[in-house]
Design a protein around this ligand. Structure first.
Ligand code: PLP
Length: 454
């Protein structure tokens, strides 16, 4: 009725006023009114006006099992009633079970340290790597090598590892000891190579840089299996294996950031499984709980942990965070992993990903589509103004496509700065409960949106 509609409009206006006045949004300039969401079910979100949107980015690449899971809420409530908190200097049942389960999923002997966010998990990895080398008698190994275009988090160390200038500007100087090498970005190869002339210089460069820096000063390399947030940059086959060989040659630890690629996004349990590489340290967050609760983990090869055992003084890992591994988050993560297993959602992610790749291929002839890159159930569509010169699409045109999708009920993401100043890569990373028909709909909606460009 009109009366109810008026009341709803008033409620919305009040919320918007408070929002404008008090809420500091992430990564946003406070120009437009935000969308206010009130509920979610499966892949679909409902806003305060009752409009439904398909969440094709799973929030921020994280709601892997989909929204509105009653079993997750029940697991959280049950744990809260039973035991809300003890610090992890003691132990509790969900943390023990979860550490053991993650280690099992990694298929090897790993020791698990819990924290709150992906950034935390990477900070912990860096500190453990430095301390490990110190304790095995190689105290000069403090440097880490990352890649340009990589994102590893927002805290001073994790942002130091990040290779995106636009995120660091005005916050520097950051954590020290981080070097960056060019990304394995075949579409705009930083080494000027084509598929035929490629000798995987993007992997070989690590060998050179480690030698130039002095291998005795390098503690670790950090890589995502594919660079996701930096523009969906998928390496050539064999890249990660070669990187691991170079690490082993120089005694450098391989830290794999699975914050996005893990927990089924790649179509396997973890992204490194797609490449048959065993990391020394694995960091994870997001899909670990499908974002139903904050939790992250740093998994460390068990034999590295041995150097932290049975020692006194400063030789144990002197790092604590209050909420890391809290019972609620661990119970939620366990339920999330159970759902992924019971509903065979990792397999589903792989199958949906293959379908999405096929459907997106249909867009490759479009005049604005320069490159399409997929990995598991995630995709990046790089938009250009000109296919010959690869001149990136303008911010205005990228915004038009995103808005046009939104008008049709499809929320997609945007990434990039693969060419500095241009965020011209559209991204998709939908929940694993997407139906095949919804995959087809996403592709056709994107095509309609692309056709609206001049
Ligand atoms: N690592 C990667 C690959 C990420 O994409 C992100 C966040 O997007 C992070 C680390 C940081 O995670 P968080 O935002 O939970 O700190």
């Amino acid at each position: 009725t009109q009366g109810t509609q008026d009341t709803q409009d008033t409620v919305k206006q009040r919320l918007l006023e408070k929002d404008r006045k008090h809420l500091w949004h992430h990564m946003s300039v406070h120009s437009d009114d935000p969308m206010i969401f009130v509920s979610g079910e499966g892949c679909w979100l409902t806003d305060i006006d009752g409009n439904r949107y398909f969440d094709a980015m799973s929030g921020l690449w994280c709601v892997n099992i989909g929204h509105g899971r009653k079993e997750m809420a029940a697991a959280a409530a049950k744990q809260m009633e039973l035991l809300a908190y003890v610090p992890l200097s003691h132990s509790h049942v969900p943390a023990i079970e979860l550490a053991s389960k993650i280690s099992g999923w990694l298929g090897g002997e790993y020791r698990i340290f819990f924290s709150n966010s992906g950034s935390d998990a990477n900070e912990v990895a860096f500190k453990i790597a430095r301390q490990y080398y110190d304790q095995i008698g190689q105290p000069n190994r403090y440097k880490f090598i990352s890649r340009h275009r990589a994102y590893h988090g927002n805290s001073m160390g994790a942002l130091g590892a990040t290779g995106q200038a636009q995120r660091k500007f005005k916050y520097e100087p950051l954590g020290t000891g981080f070097q960056h090498v060019p990304p394995p970005y075949c579409y705009r190869c930083p080494f000027g190579k084509s598929t035929d002339s490629c000798r995987m210089e993007c992997a070989g460069i690590y060998d050179q840089v480690i030698q130039w820096e002095g291998p005795e000063t390098v503690a670790g390399l950090i890589v995502e299996p594919v660079i996701t947030g930096g523009g969906m940059i998928v390496p050539p086959p064999g890249y990660l294996k070669k990187v691991k060989e170079i690490c082993d040659k120089h005694g450098v630890l391989l830290i794999v950031d699975e914050v996005i690629c893990g927990f089924g996004r790649s179509g396997e349990k973890f992204g490194h499984c797609n490449y048959g590489v065993g990391p020394d340290i694995v960091t994870m967050a997001k899909g670990l709980t499908s974002a139903y609760a904050p939790l992250s983990a740093t998994a460390v090869r068990a034999d590295l942990y041995d150097s932290f055992r049975e020692r006194s003084g400063t030789d144990h890992f002197r790092h604590v965070n209050t909420f890391g591994g809290n019972p609620l988050s661990c119970a939620v993560a366990l339920k999330n992993m159970e759902i992924l297993e019971d509903e065979k959602l990792i397999q589903a992610s792989g199958e949906l990903g293959r379908r999405l790749s096929e459907r997106l291929l249909g867009l490759s002839a479009h005049r604005t589509v320069g490159d399409i890159r997929t990995f598991g159930f995630a995709a990046g569509i790089e938009l250009v103004e000109d296919k010959e010169t690869k001149r990136p699409a303008s911010a205005e045109n990228v915004a038009k496509v995103i808005e046009s999708c939104k008008q049709r009920g499809l929320l997609i993401g945007k990434n990039g700065d693969t060419v500095p100043g241009y965020a011209n890569v559209l991204t998709l990373a939908p929940p694993f409960v997407t139906t095949p028909e919804e995959v087809d709909w996403m592709a056709s909606t994107l095509e309609i949106a692309l056709n609206t460009l001049p």
